[in-house]
Design a protein around this ligand. Structure first.
Ligand SMILES: [Zn+2]
Length: 275
């Protein structure tokens, strides 16, 4: 009897062990399946993010840029971001900008974020002996930078780059007033322009030059791109004096997008702003 009990105990123990082992195996398979599922979900989410584009409205608006892609982390982590409220902190009697614009426009494009005029090669901004080549200029309605607390209805950014990728921007404000003849010529192309489509816009060298104010006083400071990836190390130059654009010209631009395409002003973090 004792013997029988002993065997049956062994049998039960064996059975229990087997069951437990099977249960463990099943559990392990479940965990693996779950992990795989999570990986797939994460991958899909990542891919969806990769395809998700930044913008100015809703869940891809400026305050969410760093969530759209991990490469956009500077948009929230940067300490020298643009745009800013420009208030001079140091008078160093800046030398006039050495702008050598010798070319007209190549094409005009509505890229979904702004209207951009691409410029033919051959125009430069010289800074400390280096050639910053004018690549394109584009517009923001209303302005991105403020000057002494004042926003403007329109701001143009002239974007220059060295061959090794250093960036310099020259910004021009527009206030509401008389129609701007150069914008009038460029804007003619806008109503028929589909998003992402480039077309010739025929601005001459003189017309590009005329998009700079006659009074050349400006502010200088370090900043960033005002759009993702918000890269820093951009040399900013903002003219103190504004040009004019008509109310109609400003509205025509605004109505293309139906949303303001300006990033809000960022903290200066006690940045030096020269004049
Ligand atoms: Zn810009």
């Amino acid at each position: 009897m004792k013997q029988i009990l002993k065997y049956s105990t062994i049998a039960v123990t064996l059975l229990m062990l087997t069951t437990t082992s099977q249960a463990n195996e099943t559990k392990e398979v479940d965990v693996t399946k779950k992990e795989t599922a999570t990986k797939v979900e994460k991958k899909e989410a990542h891919e969806a993010h990769a395809h998700k584009h930044w913008g100015y409205m809703g869940d891809v608006s400026p305050k969410h840029w760093s969530e759209v892609k991990k490469e956009f982390n500077m948009c929230s982590e940067g300490k020298q971001q643009s745009p800013i409220n420009v208030v001079a902190s140091k008078d160093i009697e800046l030398k006039p900008l050495d702008l050598q614009y010798k070319t007209g426009s190549e094409t005009i494009i509505n890229n979904g974020h702004t209207v951009q005029v691409n410029v033919k090669d051959g125009s430069v901004l010289k800074i400390d002996g280096a050639d910053y080549k004018l690549k394109q200029f584009h517009f923001h309605v209303p302005s991105e930078n403020n000057i002494n607390g004042e926003a403007y209805p329109l701001e143009a950014h002239f974007v220059h780059a060295t061959d090794d990728g250093k960036l310099a921007v020259v910004a021009v404000m527009f206030e509401e007033g008389e129609e701007n003849p150069v914008l009038a010529k460029a804007w003619k192309k806008l109503p028929s322009l589909k998003v992402g489509e480039a077309t010739k816009c025929g601005l001459t060298t003189e017309e590009v030059q005329a998009l700079m104010p006659k009074n050349k006083d400006y502010y200088k400071f370090n900043g960033s791109l005002t759009t993702p990836p918000c890269s820093e190390g951009v040399k900013w130059h903002v003219y103190k004096n504004a040009l004019t654009a008509s109310k109609e010209q400003i509205n025509t631009f605004f109505n293309l997008f139906s949303f303001p395409n300006n990033r809000p002003v960022q903290d200066t973090n006690n940045r030096e702003i020269d004049e």
